[in-house]
Design a binder for this molecule. Structure first.
Ligand SMILES: [Zn+2]
Length: 407
């Protein structure tokens, strides 16, 4: 296990060492592939600010569904950054629009707890444009790696992580963005426990028209909200809060809360804990799923089981968790109200005492920002998607090229 360097934070008079939060990025077997990505990038790509020949890919740090992430050195300032290669993005219109939307979002975000693009490497000519390289801040680990590791995870860690997840998500939701794949692996963490939400491959803008159908093929199954499992045609940002509830429980218990093999079994595990939902609580479900549920034997709720997750599952923790794990999305807590819960008070204080960039120390005293959990007044505008009708158009100078220029 690589230790990313000593770092600690003192808040509330208590000491919370965080130096061992680093991931095991040092064990890379594919080192010989380093030159391959460089060779692939060099002949065709140049950036406005960075010559790609100066970017020295060093080691792969992650393999997402839609690309490979490498750790590289930014020659402008010598800082380590992450380089994400998104290959074969122009195979068809659907995939090219999806990637374009993701990159446009990465360029839009301005929040400490949300990953954003630092730069986009662009090809000199549209004919060579097959893949896209995006540069983002480098984060050493993610919450999944930390949860499955042997590193200690104190209740101070849980609180500061949960605080940042909700803080970032509040910002995303204020921009009208649904993440739709909130899970531990998509929550990047660095050595001092700063957390950033990443991977916007499934994200989209909220759909205000409730009559419009939205795809249900979203969210990794373990973190999928019951309304999605029950075939809801329309859903809201409450699906992300459900995922956060599952992650909160996973942080407390250090195991996946609802780990089922199939979507049907997933729903079984959820109802084992929450009990059989009322008809009103299933109002967003499709008829088939409702009938299925009504035919099942009645189950009483067993929420007290949440106290057995760990000794860290205090009354306050379970009280907040129970407001996230609500079957009916209309009754589920939102980010703003969750952030106001007393359980997160210590996490907020710790974060703003020594981790944030919004507050400042002046003469030994901490001067706190006026708004500790800011939202954006700009909503993400997805109207550009309607005008994109061909792969060539998505590739065109009016899209990626202008994004890079605006960075
Ligand atoms: Zn602050």
């Amino acid at each position: 296990m690589a230790v990313i360097g000593p770092s600690s934070c003192r808040a509330n008079g208590r000491h919370m060492p965080m130096g061992s939060m680093g991931p095991s990025v040092g064990h890379v077997s594919a080192h010989h592939n380093n030159n391959a990505i460089l060779a692939a990038a060099q002949p065709m790509y140049s950036s406005l600010a960075i010559g790609s020949q100066d970017i020295q890919p060093d080691r792969p740090i992650g393999y997402g569904a839609f690309g490979v992430v490498w750790s590289v050195t930014d020659p402008r300032d010598g800082k380590r950054v992450a380089l994400k290669k998104m290959p074969n993005v122009f195979q068809n219109l659907v995939s090219s629009k999806r990637v374009y939307r993701e990159i446009k979002m990465l360029c839009f975000f301005k929040h400490e707890n949300v990953l954003s693009a630092l730069d986009i490497l662009q090809p000199p000519h549209i004919d060579f444009f097959q893949e896209i390289y995006v540069i983002t801040e480098l984060m050493q680990s993610d919450l999944h790696k930390i949860i499955v590791s042997s590193q200690p995870l104190t209740s101070d860690h849980v609180k500061v992580f949960l605080y940042q997840i909700l803080r970032g998500l509040k910002y995303l939701h204020s921009a009208r963005i649904l993440h739709r794949d909130v899970k531990p692996g998509n929550l990047l963490v660095n050595s001092n426990c700063l957390l950033k939400i990443c991977d916007f491959g499934l994200a989209r803008v909220t759909e205000p028209n409730v009559a419009k159908h939205m795809t249900q093929e979203v969210v990794t199954q373990y973190y999928r909200a019951p309304e999605l499992l029950m075939g809801a045609k329309h859903y809201t940002s409450a699906i992300d809060i459900w995922s956060v509830g599952c992650i909160f429980a996973e942080l407390l218990g250090r195991r996946i809360l609802f780990q089922a093999q199939t979507p049907i079994q997933q729903l079984e595990l959820i109802t084992d804990l929450l009990g059989t939902p009322s008809n009103d609580d299933m109002r967003h479900a499709c008829e088939g799923a409702k009938t299925h549920m009504q035919r099942r034997p009645y189950k009483p709720p067993s929420l007290a089981a949440l106290y057995t997750l760990s000794s860290q599952a205090t009354h306050e923790a379970v009280h907040l968790l129970c407001q996230m794990l609500v079957f009916n999305p209309d009754k589920r807590i939102n980010c703003t109200n969750a952030l106001a819960h007393p359980y997160l008070e210590e996490g907020r204080l710790r974060y703003h005492s020594c981790m944030c960039r919004c507050c400042h120390s002046v003469g030994g005293a901490r001067r706190f920002a006026q708004d500790l959990e800011p939202v954006t007044t700009l909503t993400f505008d997805d109207s550009f998607e309607k005008d994109l009708s061909s792969v060539h158009q998505v590739k065109g100078t009016n899209s990626y090229f202008s994004l890079a220029i605006f960075k």
